[in-house]
Write a protein of this length. Structure first.
Lengths: 170, 191
């Protein structure tokens, strides 16, 4: 059974805090070490699959955004999480696409929804929203009905104003 | 003997050319199925053997807008998709008709979010709203028959007609309000 203590013993230069997430182990890794931790977990401890990667807006002044990687070792059937955090002013974290190729679209989605920039990502484009959209809709300070007029619609002269988002008082 | 009676005795009937053309058009409405989410399943039933739209001459679903004259928008239209829907509408030859099928298409439905257009009449002229979540295929049949009726009379359908199942408990109240408030909106209970 893997514990993060084993990783620390093998690599004393790494430092992180281990926490418990619903019975699974998780660590919050500093930004500059996430790539090394990911590589070692994959190559030395057999966490060959990255199940999921997701962004999170913690709505705090320090370390506002968090990216969680959900990893799995298929031989020991163990699941762990590694987390990395970044500030709103400097929303850069290293990309883990070079370790797990499957992280590509997950990181693009996190960028699309939260504006977290993944350094070293091969294809840092928007995932779902239009390419010219200027906002990041899953941030907690984004209004539910969006910014009126931020996505232009095709022109229609008979449009019913009662159906306009701007007039619905959300 | 009048000319008309003389022709009829010979086995001919007389009519206006407009009536003949309208008869042909209304019995060959070729729909463009824009099934962009779950209402498309009901639209397929509408075309399938049980509800069988072939009885009304509209079974030829054309996946090319150039060959169709009825646009059935069946599903949630996001802002990103709106440009595509409008482009398909613009590619259809006149005269053309638009059915907004399902509450997501009519008013955004349950999706009151930044990404979903709150009613496709913001960017399309809609002829008929078929509400429901999803509407039953017979509601859509009723909508098609109303469009055919208007082709027959050769006058533009009243914009903003609402067809729906008023006993349906899952209908959002929002739609009912919009339907009742609007002066131009005509409500037809289906059952």
């Amino acid at each position: 059974m893997f514990t993060f203590e084993q990783l620390k013993e093998k690599n004393p230069e790494l430092h992180f805090d281990s926490i418990d997430v619903g019975g699974d182990q998780a660590v919050i890794v500093p930004r500059d070490q996430i790539l090394a931790v990911g590589l070692r977990l994959k190559n030395e401890f057999g966490f060959v699959q990255m199940i999921d990667a997701l962004g999170h807006d913690r709505m705090e002044k320090k370390d506002r955004f968090e990216v969680t990687y959900n990893l799995r070792n298929h031989i020991t059937k163990q699941r762990i999480f590694i987390k990395v955090r970044c500030d709103e002013r400097d929303p850069h974290v290293p990309s883990l696409v070079s370790v797990w190729t499957g992280a590509n679209w997950h990181e693009r989605e996190a960028y699309d929804m939260f504006g977290i920039l993944f350094d070293g990502h091969p294809d840092m484009r928007r995932m779902y929203l239009p390419d010219d959209f200027e906002y990041f809709p899953l941030r907690k300070d984004f209004p539910l009905m969006g910014i009126p007029g931020s996505i232009p619609l095709p022109h229609h002269e008979d449009a019913d104003p009662r159906f306009d988002v701007a007039n619905r008082g959300e | 003997m009048a000319l008309n009676e003389e022709l009829q005795s010979e086995g001919f009937i007389t009519s206006k050319l407009d009536d003949l053309v309208n008869w042909a058009r209304r019995n060959a409405v070729w729909p463009m199925p824009l099934g962009i989410s779950c209402c498309a399943i009901e639209m397929m039933h509408f075309a399938g053997p049980r509800y069988d739209v072939a009885r009304f001459g509209a079974e030829v679903f054309r996946f090319s807008p150039r060959q169709s004259d009825l646009l059935i928008v069946a599903g949630t239209v996001t802002y990103k998709m709106a440009k595509v829907v409008r482009k398909i509408y613009d590619q259809m030859p006149d005269p053309k008709y638009v059915i907004a099928m399902g509450v997501c298409t009519v008013s955004g439905g349950i999706y009151r979010t930044y990404s979903v257009v709150q009613g496709i009449n913001q960017f399309l002229p809609v002829d008929l709203y078929v509400v429901g979540c999803p509407p039953r295929p017979d509601s859509l049949l009723k909508g098609l028959m109303m469009i055919q009726e208007n082709i027959k009379n050769d006058r533009p359908i009243r914009r903003g007609t609402v067809i729906g199942d008023h006993d349906h408990p899952q209908r959002p109240i929002d739609i009912q309000l919009h339907a009742i408030e609007g002066p131009a909106k005509q409500i037809i209970a289906h059952r």
